[in-house]
Design a protein around this ligand. Structure first.
Ligand SMILES: [Zn+2]
Length: 98
């Protein structure tokens, strides 16, 4: 995950915050995550990312992450709206760049 976030900031070196908008893999709610570089790596505000498999990630809202910080078997709420994204999807989904 650190590597993915590093790639994103490499792509937008002038940005201090990058906002991800997606859906929680567990409850299906919209999740908005602000990613902020810190001295030790990256800070996440509003949710978390979980690695699903190589170059595949899901987002989780804070509540679901507290319940289960690991990837669940499958997206259960709305299987047609897959929350799994790749690095490329991730870059494309950056809707708000400050
Ligand atoms: Zn959730």
């Amino acid at each position: 995950m650190e590597e993915l976030l590093g790639t994103i900031f490499d792509a937008f070196p002038e940005k201090s915050t990058i906002t991800f908008k997606g859906r929680c893999s567990d409850c299906g709610d919209a999740v908005i995550i602000d990613i902020v570089p810190t001295l030790g790596g990256f800070g996440l505000l509003g949710g978390f990312f979980v690695e699903y498999s190589t170059n595949k990630y899901v987002a989780k809202c804070s509540d679901c992450y507290k319940v289960n910080s690991k990837m669940v078997e499958q997206y259960k709420i709305n299987p047609n709206d897959s929350p799994i994204f790749s690095k490329e999807d991730f870059l494309n989904s950056m809707v708000s760049l400050h």
